[in-house]
Design a protein around this ligand. Structure first.
Ligand code: CAA
Length: 241
C-alpha cells in the first residue's frame, strides 16, 4: 500500500529535500508552497511531485488544501510540518509584525495542518506527524526570540500531540536541524556565519538538506513505530543534550 505524504514548505530548502526523499522511497507526495510560483512550478516539473499553493498559517485554507490533497493524491498518512520563515532582529529592534508572522507561519501552521489530518489518522489507526523544529528552539539564538519561541513551541506541541494519539497508532515526533546549507542560512551575513556560527559546530561545516530528510523518512517508517514524542537532533554536534 502506497502511503501519502504532505510536506508543507515542500518546494524549497529542507522541505524540497524531504519531499524528493519520500518520492524516492516510494511514497505518493504532495508538496505545499505559499508564494514562489516560479520555483514551485520548476520543482513540480523537475521532480514529478504535485504542488499545492496555500498559506499554512491560515486555518481554513489549510483544511481546504488537505481535502484537495485527499482527492488528488490520497488521504494524508504522513504530515511533515516544515513550513518556516525567519524575521531576525534583536528584541529591542523587533516589530510586532516580525513576531506575529513567524509565530503564525512556523507554529500556528502545526495546529492548522495537524488538526486537518488527525481525525482521519485516528480512524485509520495509522499516522505520522513530523515537525521540523530547530536547534535554535532548543538553545536560543541571538536575533531570534520569535523563531526560537515558535520552534521551542513545536517541541511542546509534539509531546502533547504524541500523548493524545499514541493509542491510535499515530506517532508525533520532531527533528531539530542545526545550520543546514539552505538559502535561509546563506542569507545570514557572512561575517556572522564565520565568527559566531561555524565555530560552534564541532563537525566544522553546515549540514546538507538530505541529512535532515533521511531522519524524517526514518521517523515515518513502520520501523519507527515505538518512537513517539521525541526530538531527533541533526546538528553536527552543535548542541549536545
Ligand atoms: N552571537 C553573539 N553576538 C552576536 C551574534 C551572535 N550570534 N550576532 C550578532 N552579534 C553581535 C554583533 O557582533 C554585534 O556586536 P558589536 O555591537 O559588538 O559589533 C551586535 O551583536 C549587533 O549585531 P548586528 O550589528 O548584526 O545587529 P543588527 O541588529 O544589525 O542584526 C541580526 C542583528 C539580524 C540578528 C544579525 O546579527 C543576524 O542576522 N544574526 C544571525 C541570526 C541567526 O543566526 N539566524 C539564524 C537564521 S537560519 C535559521 O534560523 C535556520 C535554523 O533553524 C538554524
Amino acid at each position: 500500500m502506497v502511503r501519502t505524504v504532505l510536506v508543507t514548505g515542500g518546494t524549497r530548502g529542507i522541505g524540497a529535500s524531504i519531499a524528493i526523499a519520500f518520492k524516492d522511497a516510494g511514497y505518493s507526495v504532495a508538496a505545499n508552497y505559499a508564494r514562489n510560483d516560479e520555483e514551485a512550478r520548476k520543482f513540480e516539473k523537475e521532480n514529478g511531485i504535485p504542488v499545492f499553493k496555500f498559506d499554512a498559517g491560515n486555518y481554513q485554507g489549510s483544511c481546504d488544501a488537505v481535502e484537495e490533497v485527499k482527492i488528488k493524491v490520497g488521504p494524508v498518512d504522513v504530515l511533515v510540518n516544515n513550513a518556516g520563515i525567519t524575521r531576525d532582529a534583536p528584541l529591542h529592534k523587533m516589530e510586532m509584525v516580525q513576531w506575529s508572522e513567524v509565530l503564525r507561519t512556523n507554529l500556528d501552521s502545526c495546529f492548522n495542518l495537524s488538526s486537518a489530518v488527525i481525525n482521519d489518522m485516528r480512524e485509520r489507526h495509522f499516522g505520522r506527524i513530523i515537525n521540523v523544529s530547530s536547534i535554535n528552539g532548543q538553545k536560543g539564538q541571538f536575533g531570534q526570540t520569535n523563531y526560537a519561541a515558535a520552534k521551542a513551541g513545536m517541541i511542546g506541541f509534539t509531546k502533547a500531540l504524541a500523548l493524545e494519539n499514541a493509542s491510535k497508532g499515530v506517532t508525533v515526533n520532531a527533528v531539530a536541524p542545526g545550520y543546514i546549507g539552505t538559502n535561509m542560512v546563506r542569507a545570514i551575513p557572512e561575517e556572522i556565519i564565520n565568527e559566531h556560527i561555524l565555530p560552534q559546530i564541532p563537525a566544522g561545516r553546515l549540514g546538507e538538506p538530505i541529512e535532515v530528510a533521511r531522519c524524517v523518512i526514518f521517523l515515518a517508517s513502520d520501523e519507527a513505530a515505538f518512537i513517539n514524542g521525541s526530538t531527533l537532533t541533526v546538528n553536527g554536534g552543535q548542541y549536545l543534550i
